[in-house]
Design a binder for this molecule. Structure first.
Ligand code: GLN
Length: 477
């Protein structure tokens, strides 16, 4: 079996036994990328040569020793480009430092080697907002891989990466993982340092792994978690070994189904796969309970006020002076700002920045931004109430499987609405995971993956992963 198709845990066994060398994995990846990336488009760039040099000195006694990892193109890796899939940074920026997750991956022996495509500045759900290239779904090349971490998910699904990092502000790890049939974990807010992640919405962003299976997600989470003095929102809590207790099963656990997540809007075929997986967990001994998250109907409006508001502030640093590309021959400083931003940002980013600036402007601040913060508190309380009754919450990740490319081109609102099951977890700061739970036949005849979403309590990743592992076994996917 080709090495590029294997999981971290399987490769690690062979590496420690001396049966393979890290360079062999990179050779296998180079071959896979060479033959598939032209079609799939998961990578914007990669440096396999530099990775091979690093591999020569990899410490194989470390937990991820010798494992190459694909990195979403909004996470800084020293000396590599970090474009955020934007013309603003393309060809004009090399990271001067490693993000904390990258330092931690390196300390665990991993080798970050490639830059995965994404929606520009992580704004979007299909990777079609990338200004730098097209990524397609490995299960059906006429469809989107999801987004915004679409390159990371497509790389793992097409077996051109062993594992990848993505970022999730409103579903951007879980949703592409679901559409591509791989595992995607959004850690609790504060579990993983955001230092060196190009900020989209700082109160929502988290970095997390996209992997072939749940065990690999636990291994990656082990490596990237923990307090970091460079990110004051990272929590000072001990990091458990997330691989411990993975196989303890779900007997005796209470799992909640929010009635608001199973109502109208969900594709019946998707719902059927998710329900099959839930029945599997029930037969493994979990008690399934109906719950309510009554403020779900306000989640999209709340997110699409808070996220653009924070983005409008975060992206003000792209002014043509400090980072990236600069408009030529400006008349004055305002002309420099205006034209650099006009030329550098794509349409979706501009839409968000205009929206965000509007909701923060004096006169509207109270009506929109402050109000959204209050509703955010209600959404968080919904989850706190639910976790009085259940250990975790189950749902579909998305209302439908992967859309055809271009399906939402003229209808961004339709794309926003499809975030309904994922964004509340970011607003509440809790952890969530997408686990493949089966496939449906699309209207064009292709077989498309469906993901089961499991939402855990804040800092409840250990139990979350244990339930995810049980779901993975039950689904047999
Ligand atoms: N689809 C959401 C958005 O467009 C989520 C993006 C994300 O999680 N980065 O904002």
């Amino acid at each position: 079996m080709s090495l590029s198709t294997q999981s971290i845990s399987s490769l690690r066994k062979q590496l420690t036994l001396g049966e393979i060398q890290p360079g062999d994995i990179l050779d296998s990846l180079a071959e896979a990328i060479g033959s598939k990336n032209k079609i799939i488009g998961a990578y914007l760039s990669h440096d396999l040569e530099a990775a091979k040099e690093e591999a020569n000195s990899a410490d194989l006694s470390l937990p991820l020793g010798g494992i190459p990892i694909a990195i979403k193109d909004n996470i800084n890796v020293k000396g590599q480009p970090c474009t955020c899939a934007s013309k603003f940074l393309d060809g004009a920026y090399l990271s001067p430092y490693d993000a904390s997750v990258i330092s931690k991956l390196r300390a665990a022996g991993a080798i970050p080697f490639g830059r995965a495509n994404m929606d520009e500045f992580a704004m979007g759900s299909s990777t079609e907002n990338s200004a730098l290239g097209k990524t397609v779904n490995p299960h059906d090349v006429n469809r989107a891989p999801g987004g915004s971490s679409g390159g990371s998910a497509a790389a793992v699904a097409s077996q051109t990466a062993i594992a990848a990092l993505g970022s999730d502000t409103g579903g951007s790890i879980r949703q592409p993982a679901s559409h591509c049939g791989v595992v995607g974990l959004k850690p609790s807010y504060g579990r993983v340092s955001r230092y060196g992640l190009v900020a989209f919405a700082s109160s929502l962003d988290q970095i997390g792994p996209i992997t072939q299976n749940v065990e690999d997600a636990a291994l990656m989470l082990n490596a990237i978690s923990g307090h970091d003095s460079s990110d004051s929102t990272s929590l000072e809590q001990e990091v458990p070994d997330f691989t411990q207790g993975l196989d303890d099963g779900v007997a005796g656990l209470k799992l909640g189904l929010p009635k608001e997540y199973f109502g109208e809007g969900i594709d019946p075929a998707v719902r059927q796969q998710v329900e099959k997986s839930i029945a599997g967990l029930e037969s493994a001994g979990a008690e399934i309970v109906e719950i309510s998250l009554p403020n779900t109907e306000y989640a999209i409006a709340t997110y699409y006020i808070i996220a653009p508001a924070e983005a409008s502030s975060n992206l003000s640093r792209f002014d043509g002076v400090r980072y990236g590309n600069r408009a030529e021959k400006p008349d004055d400083i305002l002309d420099l700002y205006r034209r650099s931003r006009e030329q550098g940002f794509g349409p979706e980013v501009k839409r968000r920045l205009i929206l965000g600036t509007y909701v923060l402007s004096s006169g509207y601040h109270d009506a929109y931004y402050n109000r959204a913060q209050k509703v955010r508190t209600l959404i968080r309380q919904d989850f706190q109430n639910a976790y009085q009754k259940v250990d975790a919450i189950l749902s579909s990740v998305t209302p439908s499987a992967a859309p055809l490319l271009g399906a939402d081109k003229d209808n961004p609102l339709h794309q926003y609405l499809a975030d309904i099951y994922t964004i509340s977890a970011n607003l509440a700061g809790i952890c969530g995971i997408s686990v493949p739970c089966g496939k449906i036949t699309s209207d064009t005849g292709s077989q498309l993956p469906v993901g089961l979403q499991i939402l855990g309590t804040h800092m409840g990743e250990q139990k979350l992963l244990r339930i995810a592992r049980a779901a993975e076994i039950q689904s047999g996917v």
